[in-house]
Design a protein around this ligand. Structure first.
Ligand code: MG
Length: 159
């Protein structure tokens, strides 16, 4: 068995009147993410963790924001493509862990649905998908409500 680990990080700015997608779930919010895709910063960090595990680059390289092909795209589709790349190399996802830093809205009511949404795309059970949320106690750009910051870790396995 071969185990590989990866980590990912992403930030998106917030602006009023845009949809907020996080972890594949539409979050009721007065602000949303400025982005070329749907702006799902949690999925973007997760994609980079999975790509990092096999040294396959990053999503900015795979899905460039200069391409109309990815404009406004549902990030769940991008995640599915990343998982397919992992599988093409003989690996499967082991487990993932995602930490979202956002001042508001509170994400706790949405965490279970995020896990249930991501698990089938990753090809794992819900208990292999951890999503955690925190504020930054009003400190920094996250605390001022200017953006969202996400860290993700992933293990991939070749049996
Ligand atoms: Mg991004």
């Amino acid at each position: 068995m071969e185990l590989r680990i990866g980590n990912g990080y992403d930030v998106h700015a917030l602006a009023e009147g845009l949809p907020m997608w996080l972890g594949g779930v539409r979050i009721p919010s007065e602000t949303g993410f400025v982005a070329h895709s749907d702006g799902d910063v949690a999925i973007h960090a997760l994609c980079d963790a999975l790509l990092g595990a096999l040294a396959l680059g990053d999503i900015g390289h795979l899905f460039p924001d200069t391409s109309d092909e990815w404009k406004g795209i549902d990030s769940k589709i991008l995640l599915g493509k990343v998982v397919a790349l992992i599988q093409e190399r003989g690996f499967r996802v082991g487990n993932v862990d995602v930490t979202i830093a956002l001042q508001r809205p509170k994400l706790a009511p949405h965490i279970v649905l995020m896990r249930e949404t991501l698990a089938p795309i990753l090809g794992v059970s819900v208990d292999a998908v951890s999503v955690k949320a925190t504020t930054t106690e009003r400190l920094g750009f996250v605390g001022r409500g200017e953006g969202c910051e996400v860290w993700a870790s992933a293990i991939v396995i070749k049996d």
